[in-house]
Design a protein around this ligand. Sequence first.
Ligand code: SIN
Length: 306
Amino acid sequence: MTDTSVTLSGIKLDNPVIPASGTFGFGYEFADYYDINILGSISFKGTTKEPRFGNPTPRIAEIPSGLINSVGLQNPGVEKVISSEIPRLSKYFKKPLIANISGFSVDEYVCCAKMLDKVNQVGILEINISCPNVHGGGMSFGTCPESAAEVTRAVKSAVSKPVYIKLSPNVTDITKIARAVQDAGADGISMINTLLGMRIDLKTKKPVIANTKGGMSGPCLLPLALRMVYEVYEAVDIPIIGMGGISCAKDVIEMMLAGASAVQIGAANLVNPYVCRDIIENLPDVMRQYGIQNLSQITGGAHNGK
Ligand code: SIN
């Protein structure tokens, strides 16, 4: 008998598989395809205080083994998310949610976090300080230990639910940011967001993406994400939700051995809307294949002690 359950800050998930913010809408869109209540949790689209139309198009560029996006945090704003999107999702998904929050100032992060903290179904607040596609907010908070700590401290002092900080790989040493948010009170870390990249159209000789640059994701990112999760696991004592290039059950196990307590699936949802369901169905077989009975016990297994 295999046990796929894992625990994040006292919240038990049936399995570690969570669709990543921005690749699964507000979740109910996928209920036409399969029973989304099988998912461990759902991290819904990054939510800001005001509604956002997002960046000009084109916002997407294909790359070998993935894509570059510059969506620009398109979302209906926190009030609408609470009054319409979450109630719609609740009809299909009955488990604790991960609320992904973005902002352009510390006050905005705090405001959204306070509002979403009061929503019963929200289990974890995931503070995204790593969006590479907006100016004057997003990633600018996540690339400096002091500002990462400032956002963390301010949100933590305003809410009661666990706060996970979503980190950017676009830094020289991610362990410095991880330690800073842990010291500021973070309950956990989500990592990694996308890696900055660009493409140039040979016909126009201009960038493919209207915003010039965007965030790369896809299977090519898995080794980079594994390396960073491995490093951060050694640097902090709080749980890590690992993501970056995961597209099958074996990748989930690899990410957990590197140090993740649960995982998020991002770009793979855009290629195959059934991928999270397929991973959940395949996990027990892959666990048996590698002699794993209890998934929660393999976190950090690739390390030689800590
Ligand atoms: C976006 O909406 O631009 C993507 C969000 C993110 O990468 O954090």
